[in-house]
Design a binder for this molecule. Structure first.
Ligand code: PLP
Length: 369
């Protein structure tokens, strides 16, 4: 039985990735710098309105450097969306700062501006981290307004939302800084990698400095900062350049999958699909549902799909419910917890055929028939 994946790497039919990687081999730029790295940064920057971009080894490294750029230190507070992957929050703790988690709202599943306002009444953070989960833009206008009011820099975790456009603006360009991920399961991949997107050239150059072991200008090796080995390799960047050429195609495919699910579950009142708002073009990285039925639970669907060799996944478990963050302050109610409890991410692999999608729909529908 053929396996149907949640989201797997999907190289271009034209083998564009291989051509760029071959070029790196031919020129012996098998290193964490080189033409592919420079060009990949330029090409992503071009998509993101010319914002300076720094190619890195992971999205997590990008988040870490975004915090370093803001001088986050021990004891500082950083507000962070609770419903997310742990990589959004872990770098806060790398710097011994204190995460303060914020609940989600039901429409976008992302940071609730009301809970954010509440948090500002108690804490003065050094940064706010908002996430565009599953390719859906957070309530970015409201969140930006609150951050501007308190003059606190906003960092967007756009790891899942490359290509999502809200009111003619790409996610990753709303905050002072943003991070992207090119992990194997993301909409485009470099096998593993990330990108820091900034609005200031100084931040980009400081990040490049820190990402290459913080070498001072000197004939010998001299260091006045603690650095990291966070740069993206020229081989990975070659894969990324090839993948960029099919980004729009992949978004179209993801949107087609979402549309088919929408039609497939339209008449089942117990299922609601997370969908874009008016004025938004989501990349629909993963199609995710909420199940309101008391009798049918997400775990039952997961199990039934697994029996047919189909991969699905629970919604992220909120950070404020994670054992490792049990002491962290939290603002909000039960929305993120409920989304976790009642949610399921459906297979959204761009290699799926319509028959594959219909098979998934059929298995899920059988619980209501
Ligand atoms: C994938 C992901 C990251 C981290 O990216 P890596 O490249 O895997 O380090 C961060 N935040 C979110 C929401 C993600 O989904």
């Amino acid at each position: 039985m053929k396996r149907i994946y949640l989201a797997s790497p999907h190289m271009s039919e034209g083998k564009f990735e291989e051509a760029f990687v071959q070029e790196a081999f031919d020129t012996n730029w098998v290193a964490p710098l080189g033409k592919n790295v420079d060009e990949f940064e330029t090409e992503v920057s071009h998509l993101l309105g010319g914002r300076p971009c720094v190619a890195l080894s992971s999205g997590t490294a990008a988040m870490h450097l975004a915090l370093k750029n803001l001088g986050i230190q021990e004891g500082d507070y950083v507000f962070c969306q609770s419903l997310t992957f742990s990589a959004s929050a872990n770098p806060i703790v790398y710097e011994k700062a204190i995460p303060v988690f914020i609940d989600s709202e039901k429409e976008t599943w992302n940071m609730d501006p009301v809970a954010l306002r509440e948090a500002f009444k108690t804490y003065t953070p050094k940064a706010v981290i908002v996430v565009h989960l599953y390719g859906i833009t957070a309530k970015i206008d409201e969140i930006r307004t609150i951050c501007a009011e308190y003059q606190v820099p906003l960092i967007e975790d756009a790891a899942e939302s490359l290509g999502t456009i809200y009111q003619n603006q790409w996610t990753g360009t709303f905050g002072q800084q943003a991070i992207l991920s090119f992990n194997g399961n993301k909409i485009i991949t470099t096998s593993g990698g990330g990108m820091l997107v900034t609005s200031q050239e100084e931040q980009a150059s400081f990040s490049r400095f820190l990402a290459t072991q913080a070498r001072d200008q000197a004939p010998h090796y001299q260091h006045s900062h603690i650095g990291y080995n966070y740069r993206m390799s020229n081989i990975c960047a070659g894969i990324g350049r090839g993948q960029l050429q099919v980004l729009e195609e992949r978004i179209e495919q993801k949107r087609h999958i979402h549309q088919r699910y929408l039609e497939g579950f339209g008449d089942i009142g117990d299922i609601s699909l997370l969908s874009e708002r008016l004025g938004e073009r989501s990349n629909y990285w993963l199609s995710a549902i909420q199940i309101t039925s008391k009798n049918v639970r997400p775990s039952m669907l997961m199990e039934a799909l697994a029996k047919e060799n189909i991969e699905s996944r629970p919604v992220w478990k909120p950070m404020h419910l994670q054992p490792v963050f049990e002491d962290a302050p939290y603002f909000g109610g039960e929305v993120a917890a409920d989304l976790f409890e009642n949610g399921l991410c459906l297979p959204s692999d761009t290699k799926m055929t319509d028959e594959d999608i219909d098979k998934v729909i059929g298995i899920i529908r059988s619980f209501w028939e």
